[in-house]
Design a protein around this ligand. Structure first.
Ligand SMILES: CC/C=C(/N=C/c1c(COP(=O)(O)O)cnc(C)c1O)C(=O)O
Length: 380
């Protein structure tokens, strides 16, 4: 359960059996054609896969780079989170678990988990920082409409880090009956590897679409935003064996890969924002889904290997990118996804992203949840 020196399983003794049970069941399920077929079937007839690879023609002309958008915003519930939740919910049912618990920041993972719970008839409890309950109210309403219980978390920074801590505490107390549905490539082994496997459908589809549509078969750059890192890990998985340059874009205020140091949190060793005593510091991002002080262990390893590059963009750059995509392509992205596009806009025409390059950008989600924020930040 390691990615180089990162990853592992740093959990209380009482969680070891629960983590091992998930690891054992995943290993069996992932090599079971029946499980793989059920998952692929649901992703097709329920989640709406495959998602398109949309050429952004007007934006490409303006930037003088060829921008291809991998449209995870077009999945059911509106983000890549459904890919991971479908897999974990089927696994939970296969394990005979009675209910699902989850953490959420932007609310997209919470909505996806509530959706799977409604589909499979499993009760769902979602832990969400009070700050995020306020700034992603659209998704709180959706979770409750879908039948989930949303538990506001009032500790710490009242955002994703605190919701994750609370969800893990709750899992310790209910490990026999509850299944912890982790929303990103974080957490104790097997979660970072398992979530990447559930999300690699993004990269595997995109690889095939590029092979069919691009003369070079592979884009020059593959770019995705990085909170915990699951949409990026899934996208990168389709290209890691190619010459494509991989770029992970973090929020300036929540950049574990770019600004973190090795540490342990939420059951795994990775790169985290921390003070010299190893106390994990608070992240500050307007994007609730990127507002996390660490990064998944696979990204820490890819950074050390030099196989992927990690950069940061500011809130302002992300807002500008979201509005620009809306007005040049008619697509309103989630503010998290807009971070990936913001780097493409900044870098286009420079040595970081030379004119004439082809760049695939994963649009991890749609921006319905962010319209209030974007309206407040944009004189219309
Ligand atoms: C699991 C906590 C993260 C959440 N969302 C993260 C997120 C992210 C960042 O998560 P990763 O892909 O795991 O880095 C990117 N795009 C959208 C649309 C997101 O909602 C959530 O709760 O919805």
């Amino acid at each position: 359960g390691r990615f180089g020196r990162y990853g592992g399983r740093y959990v209380p003794e009482s969680l070891v059996p629960a983590c091992q049970a998930v690891a054992d069941e995943f290993a069996r399920a992932w090599s079971d054609p029946g499980f793989r077929g059920s998952l692929a079937g649901l992703l097709s007839v329920y989640a709406g896969r495959p998602t398109p690879l949309t050429p952004a023609l007007r934006l490409s002309a303006e930037l003088d780079v060829t921008v291809l958008l991998k449209r995870e915003d077009l999945t059911h519930t509106g983000s890549h989170k459904i890919n991971n939740v479908m897999g974990q919910a089927l696994l939970a049912r296969r394990m005979g678990r009675a209910r699902l618990i989850a953490e959420t920041g932007a609310g997209m993972h919470g909505v996806a988990t509530a959706t799977a719970g409604a589909l499979l008839g499993l009760p769902v409890k979602v832990f969400m920082g009070e700050r995020d309950v306020e700034r992603q109210a659209h998704n709180v309403f959706r979770m409750r409409l879908l039948g989930a219980e949303v538990v506001p978390v009032s500790t710490g920074s009242r955002t994703l880090k605190d919701a994750t801590s609370e969800a893990m505490r709750h899992w310790v107390a209910d490990a026999d009956e509850a299944y912890y549905c982790v929303g990103s490539v974080i957490g104790p082994h097997p979660y970072p590897m398992m979530v990447r496997e559930f999300q690699r459908v993004i990269g595997d589809e995109a690889r095939r679409q590029c092979a069919a549509e691009l003369p070079a078969a592979v884009p020059d750059y593959v770019v995705a935003c990085v909170g915990g890192g699951s949409n990026a890990a899934g996208t990168f998985a389709g290209f890691v064996g190619t010459a494509a340059k991989l770029v992970g874009v973090e929020a300036e205020g929540g950049a574990g890969a770019s600004n973190g140091e090795i540490g342990v949190l939420h059951g795994f060793q990775s790169l985290f924002l921390q003070d010299e005593d190893g106390h994990i510091e608070e992240a500050h991002s307007m994007a609730a889904g990127l507002d996390y002080p660490g990064v998944g262990p696979e990204h820490a390893h890819l950074r050390d290997l030099g196989r992927a590059r990690y950069v940061t963009v500011s809130d302002a750059e992300a807002i500008a990118a979201a509005v620009r995509l809306a007005r040049t392509e008619g697509i309103l992205p989630a503010i998290e996804s807009a971070h990936a596009l913001a780097w493409v806009i900044r870098a286009a025409g420079t040595s970081d992203l030379p004119a004439g390059s082809t760049v695939l950008v994963t649009l991890s989600g749609r921006g319905d949840k962010d319209v209030a924020t974007l309206m407040a930040e944009t004189e219309l």
